[in-house]
Design a protein around this ligand. Structure first.
Ligand code: NCD
Ligand code: ZN
Length: 345
C-alpha cells in the first residue's frame, strides 16, 4: 500500500485571494500548499489594467509570510470595454498570465463582466494572436435558464461558437461541474483545457440541500447531480492532460455565508491537496495525481514544472470547524472531517 507520495510542488490554476485584511489572512494557506496560483481579478473594483494588476501582485507578495515561497500569476478582468492593446501589453510585460471572462452577473463581483461575447471579440482576437490564454466562467446568466443547466447551455450558446470562430485561442474552462462540460473539453482541440475544484469531486447538490440548507457547500457554478460528480471524478483521475487542479478557493466571512442571501464560494485552500488526494486514492488513481496537480497545468500554460517537491503521507488530518484569519472567521471545506492524507512538513 502506498503511504507516501512525493511530487513536484503543485500549482493552483484558479484562486481568489481577495484584498486588504482578508488577503493578509488567507494567503499563507495557499502558499503552504502551492508554488504558484492563477489569481482571479474579481476585486471591487475589478483588476482591469496592467497597473492595477502590478499593484495587486505587490500586495499579494507582501502578504506571503517570511520564509514561504509563492508566486502569484495575475489575470485581467474582461469587460465590454477591455482594450486589446492593454491586455496584450500586460501579457508581454509578464504581468497578465491570462484574462478572465465573467459573464456579467454570473457570480461574486461580476457586475462589470461581459454582457455579450461579441463585445470583446477584438480583445479575444488579439489574445489568440499573442498566445494569451482565456480563463472562462462558463455559465449563462439568462433568467430563463435553470441554474443547474447554466453550464451546459453556456457551452452550446457561447463557448462552442467562440472556439469555432477562434480555434487557436487557448481556453481554460474554469471549475468544470458537469458531464456535458467533461464531454466538451474531451472532444475539443488541444488548446482547450479545464480546471476542477475539490468540492465538485466530493459533493453533489444533496450536500447543499438534504437535512437543511448548508451554505458552506454553496459555490458557483453550483454542485450538480451525482452523475456529474462521477463524470468529473473520472476526468480528473483519467490521466488526461486536459484536466488540472484549480481550487476556486473563495473565502467569504462565516456570517456572509450564513445569511438570508448567502455568498457563493468555498474556502478550500487550507486542505486542498489532502482533499484532492482523497479522491485519487478512492479511485485507485494515486499514480495520476502528479499529472493533475503538478504537470498538466504548467504544460498548458507553457510554464516550467516546479523544481521543488512536496510529500504527502497517509496520516489522518482533522480539518478544524472554523479558521480565524483575523479579518474574518472562515468555515473551511471539510470542516470537522478527518482526511486520510496529510501534507508533510
Ligand atoms: C467566487 C467568489 O466568491 O469570488 N465564488 C464561487 O462560488 N466560486 C467566484 C467564482 O469563481 O465564481
Ligand atoms: Zn472562482
Amino acid at each position: 500500500m502506498t503511504t507516501t507520495l512525493t511530487i513536484p510542488r503543485p500549482d493552483d490554476w484558479h484562486l481568489h485571494l481577495r484584498d486588504g485584511a482578508m488577503l493578509e489572512g488567507v494567503t499563507r494557506y495557499t502558499a503552504r500548499q502551492f508554488a504558484r496560483a492563477i489569481v482571479m481579478p474579481n476585486l471591487t473594483p475589478p483588476v482591469t489594467t496592467v497597473d492595477a494588476a502590478r499593484a495587486y501582485r505587490e500586495r499579494i507578495l507582501a502578504a506571503v509570510p517570511e520564509g514561504m515561497d509563492f508566486t502569484p500569476l495575475m489575470t485581467a478582468y474582461l469587460t465590454d470595454n477591455s482594450d486589446p492593446a492593454e491586455l496584450v501589453r500586460g501579457h508581454e510585460e509578464g504581468v497578465f498570465t491570462a484574462a478572465k471572462l465573467y459573464p456579467a452577473g454570473a457570480t461574486t463581483n461580476s457586475d462589470s463582466g461581459v454582457t455579450d461575447v461579441a463585445n470583446i471579440m477584438g480583445a479575444l482576437e488579439a489574445m489568440a494572436e499573442a498566445g494569451m490564454p482565456l480563463c472562462v466562467h462558463g455559465e449563462v446568466t439568462s433568467a430563463d435558464v435553470d441554474i443547474f443547466d447554466r453550464e451546459a447551455v453556456f457551452i452550446e450558446r457561447i463557448l462552442a461558437p467562440l472556439i469555432d470562430r477562434l480555434p487557436e485561442l487557448k481556453v481554460i474552462f474554469e471549475h468544470l461541474t458537469s458531464a456535458e462540460g467533461v464531454q466538451f473539453v474531451t472532444g475539443a482541440g488541444d488548446n482547450v483545457a479545464a480546471t476542477i475544484t475539490p468540492q465538485h469531486l466530493h459533493i453533489n447538490r444533496n450536500a447543499m440541500l438534504v437535512g437543511g440548507m448548508r451554505p458552506h457547500a454553496y459555490c458557483l457554478p453550483v454542485a450538480k447531480r451525482e452523475k456529474h460528480r462521477l463524470a468529473l471524478r473520472r476526468a480528473a483521475t483519467s490521466g488526461s492532460d486536459r484536466f488540472f487542479l484549480g481550487t476556486d478557493s473563495a473565502p467569504h466571512a462565516r456570517e456572509a455565508k450564513e445569511s438570508a442571501c448567502g455568498c457563493a464560494g468555498i474556502f478550500n485552500a487550507p486542505y486542498a491537496l489532502e482533499s484532492y488526494l482523497a479522491v485519487f486514492d478512492a479511485e485507485g488513481a494515486l499514480d495520476k495525481f502528479e499529472g493533475f496537480a503538478s504537470r498538466h497545468g504548467p504544460a498548458f500554460y507553457g510554464l516550467p514544472v516546479n523544481e521543488q517537491t512536496i510529500t504527502l503521507e497517509k496520516k489522518p488530518c482533522t480539518v478544524p470547524d472554523e479558521i480565524d484569519v483575523g479579518a474574518a472567521r472562515l468555515v473551511p471545506f471539510h470542516a470537522g472531517e478527518t482526511l486520510e492524507w496529510s501534507l508533510a512538513g
